[in-house]
Design a protein. Structure first.
Ligand code: HEM
Length: 538
């Protein structure tokens, strides 16, 4: 009754229109000309040179020559599936976002999981962050929740992203991937960026070698806003919890699998869905007000910090089920374009300086990766919601607009849309108002606490998990060739926990050096639980 398609039917994109099936059909050129002989080129005599006029050969080879497109600059290696999100309840008090409008409401999704650093053909079970990108085809346009399987990030400001990625990608002189050799550059960079300490703890933990895409959590990472129809807003952190539980590999398993089956995660996801063992995640929200956020001992705009669940519990609001593999890897998994700028009425950004940079980056990179400004028309990217605007032309334009008016306002009419903020359209997107401030390059004071939450993560781990972290640091740092980098790392860890620092130092045959100077004189923040907003007792 909510307009969503029935269970098991995958509606993402109107794909039937573009599905191709050549069975029992004649082979043709791209111009629809029937081809009599697909084995032999046209020659001047059976043993002579090939004729320039063989347009059939030339078309076939030319198309082949252009089959490859650039891989993603990050997250190049990935696997994806279709499914749907079902809301457990009506959340319209909190947000007017269409997927949460009613209990039982279903919204189609397409989800791509990925590693970050490796190239398109790299192995699945490496130690790395995993991408967890969800495209919701909502009634009011596409909403992309472009998250990771770790709830924090290495850096606090988009300004540092190209530096981070240049440090982690193959070294430019020899192109050797860092997992396969000494990898000084990554450790050089992160030990000069103490804000990465918390993320490194997760990155060196079992979280960075998931058992399966099906057993990973996902996180929106940044603080977002939910906005209701009255314009009232709360802060929100998004969590995906795998219904089958969160499971990891141990390093020895992961290393063996890299050799035995480099496509381990891709195969696992595909086979589970083919077998009808549909992977499921529950969506959890942490909801808090601006006043609560102001009382926290960290800044909610800092993407190197979590909001501890002791402060704000995660409340489960719905479930996502992946129930259909793509028909075609290239058409769907490769050409899908996720973008943090894709939000819908009821969801809004915050001023997190990493998120703010991402809002620019995705559309920009996709213009070159997907060849021009019209990739939103590729079926996997096209919203189910209708698209009407005065954008025109560009490479590979599919839509055929009629009439002479492609501007607004106009008085000539003729198929031209009007802006939805006009009377009667209460669900149009509008940004939450924010008080103006002076322009400044810098960081808020609380961004300087780099160690409290790294310590929180360390003490949350079981002894076996702590041992895995120590071993991972020993292994990674033993392959760094520059001694000063190892010293810097140990002096970072000395600020996290003495047992951790000592354990890693012993493995490297070193003494723990003095702790890295703190970036702030403020005393370490104190974590005090505060009352959470309950979704159920509103
Ligand atoms: C992919 C930029 C931080 C999650 C990408 C891509 C770019 C990019 C250029 C390739 C997109 C494409 O070619 O389609 C950035 C920048 C960041 C940033 C500039 C920081 C300033 C993050 C963070 C997360 C994240 C913090 C997680 C919360 C992802 C995911 C993908 C991706 C999941 C893969 C999407 C897919 O599966 O196609 N990012 N990123 N990124 N990024 Fe980021």
């Amino acid at each position: 009754g909510n307009g969503a398609p029935p269970l098991g039917v995958c509606p993402a994109g109107d794909l039937d229109r573009v599905r191709a099936d050549g069975s029992e059909q004649r082979l043709t050129t791209n111009q629809g000309v029937p081809v009599a002989d697909n084995q032999n080129s046209l020659k001047v005599g059976l043993r002579g040179p090939t004729a320039m006029e063989d347009f059939i050969l030339r078309e076939k080879i030319t198309h082949f020559d252009h089959e490859r497109i650039p891989e993603r600059v990050v997250h190049a290696r990935g696997s994806a599936a279709h499914g749907y999100f079902e809301s457990y309840q009506d959340l319209s008090d909190l947000t007017r976002a269409a997927p949460f409008a009613a209990a039982g409401k279903r919204t189609p999704v397409f989800v791509r999981f990925s590693t970050v650093a490796g190239e398109r053909g790299s192995a699945d079970t490496v130690r790395d962050v995993r991408g967890f990108a969800v495209k919701f085809y909502t009634d009011e346009g596409n909403w992309d929740l472009v998250g990771n399987n770790i709830p924090v990030f290495f850096i606090q400001d988009a300004m540092k992203f190209p530096d981070l990625i240049h440090s982690v990608k193959p070294e430019p002189h020899n192109g050797i991937p860092q997992a396969a050799s000494a990898h000084d550059t990554f450790w050089d960079f992160v030990t000069l960026m103490p804000e990465s300490t918390h993320m490194l703890m997760w990155h060196l933990s079992d979280r960075a070698i998931p058992r399966s895409y099906r057993t990973m959590q996902g996180f929106g990472v940044h603080t977002f806003r939910l906005v209701n129809a009255q314009g009232a807003s709360v802060f929100c952190k998004f969590h995906w919890q795998p219904v089958g539980g969160t499971h990891s590999l141990v390093w020895d398993e992961a290393a063996k699998i890299i050799g035995a089956d480099p496509d381990f995660h891709r195969r696992d996801l595909w086979e589970a869905i083919e077998a009808g063992a549909y992977p499921e995640w529950e969506l959890g929200l942490q909801i808090f007000t601006e006043e609560q956020a102001a009382s926290f001992p960290f800044d909610v705009l800092d993407p190197t910090k979590i909001v501890p669940e002791e402060l704000v519990p995660v409340q489960v609001v719905g479930k996502m089920t992946l129930n259909r593999n793509p028909d075609n890897f290239f058409a769907e998994t490769e050409q899908v374009a996720f973008c943090t700028a894709h939000i819908v009425p009821g969801i809004d950004f915050t001023n997190d300086p990493l998120l703010q940079g991402r809002i620019h980056s995705y559309l920009d990179t996709q213009i070159s990766r997907l060849g021009g400004a019209n990739f939103h028309e590729i079926p996997i990217n096209a919203p189910l919601a209708p698209v009407h605007n005065n954008q025109r032309d560009g490479m590979h334009r599919q839509a055929v607009h009629r009439g002479r008016v492609a501007y607004e306002p106009n008085s000539l009419g003729g198929g031209c849309p009007f802006q939805a903020g006009m009377a009667g359209f209460t669900t149009a997107f509008s940004q939450m108002p924010q008080p103006p401030e002076d322009k400044v390059r810098g960081k808020p004071e609380l961004f300087a606490d780099h160690y409290s939450q790294a310590r929180l993560f360390w003490i949350s781990q079981s002894p076996a998990e702590q041992a895995h972290i120590v071993n991972a640091y020993r292994f990674e740092l033993s392959r760094v060739t520059v001694p000063a980098i190892r010293v810097r790392l140990l002096s970072m860890l000395a600020n996290v926990d003495p047992i951790l620092a000592e354990g890693v130092a012993q493995g490297l045959g070193m003494d723990v050096p003095p702790a890295m100077p703190l970036a702030t004189d403020a005393p370490p923040p104190h974590y005090e639980p505060s009352p959470a907003l309950s979704l159920l007792s509103r």
